[in-house]
Structure formats: structure tokens, C-alpha cells
Write a protein that binds this ligand. Sequence first.
Ligand code: GRF
Length: 195
Amino acid sequence: MNRRLKLGVLGSGKGSNFKAIMERIIDGKLPAEVRLVISDVPDSGILSYARDFQVPALFVNPGKYRTRLETEVEHDIARLLQEAGAELVVLAGFMRVIKEPLLKAFPKSIINIHPSLLPKYKGLEAWKQALEAGEKVTGCTVHYVEAAVDAGHILGQREVAIQPDDTPASLHARIQEAEHDLLPEVVRQIADGRP
Ligand code: GRF
């Protein structure tokens, strides 16, 4: 029998990937439980989904930087996740670079979903980068988080075909559908002990 893998989820945006994880858990297809959701954006969709699902959720003020957390804040987040018993930290649309405090607190236990077939198109709006480069296929990747941004061991990928009439928005929407399948699936594989 599978035991339930305890998750901490960090997100800054809509929270559709968090929702996909919760739906898979509720359907009994993912032996996991979300112990804590943390967002750096007070009115983010992920926090309102967390309230809907009655999952403990916190806004944490990220501090004075734009692309990373203040070091003290990152220590606080690591402590909150540890106190919540998180075994795996899922970055589900978290728009800040993770540094040493979290990487040290959760070695090889932080995963991220990125909207391209890494190692291609790291960074922001990766779907737009793929479209503008004239690719025929892009997709999404789940990988372990390491110090280098959008690098780290790849755990799974899904391909998404680019249509001739795609806009950045239509392409991103299809990539997100693939993400909602891939991310819970990778979490399930980790829960099963075979990443
Ligand atoms: C996803 O496209 C993910 O690949 C990227 O941020 C987005 C998060 O979307 N890292 P959501 O907040 O889960 O809807």
C-alpha cells in the first residue's frame, strides 16, 4: 500500500497546476496530501484555490527583491514547510529563483514545472520563445530544482504540437493542459518511490 507523500506547494499565479494535483488526490489517483501552500502574491489564484480545497495556505511577503526571496524570508519558508512535514516541495508557477536556504533544507526534494521541453527555452514565457523560434513542437518539463535556473535532473516531459495558427495564448493554454497531466503523474511516481 502506498503511504501518502506530504507535499508543500509554492506558487505565484493562477494555481491551475495546484488544482490539478488536488483533483488527482481527491480522485484517489495520487497518494499524496498537500500540507501547506505558500504564495508570494497575496491575491493569487493559488491561495484562493487552497481556501476552496481547505488546505492550509499562507501569503509570505517576499521582501525587497523582484526575482528572488529575501534570504531571511527564504529561511522562514523552509522552516514553515519543514514544520508542516513536507517531504516534497512542488514549485507550481512560483516566479522566484530558489536559493540555498530552501535547496539545503530540501535536498533533491524540490521539483518545478516549466513550460518548454528543457533544456530548450529556459526563463520567462518559454512558450512564446518556442513559437517565435518557429518550432513545430514544444511542451513542458518537470525537473528537480538545483542552483542553476530551469536546470536539474529531468523527471518527465510532455510534447505539445505547435499549430500554424497558434498565438502565444492558445499555445500556452494547450501546454497548461499537458502540465496538468504531467505534474501529478511525476508526483505519483515520486510517491511510488520511482522517480
Ligand atoms: C505554468 O505554465 C508553469 O509551467 C509555469 O508557471 C505556470 C503556472 O501556472 N512555471 P498555474 O499558476 O499553475 O496556473
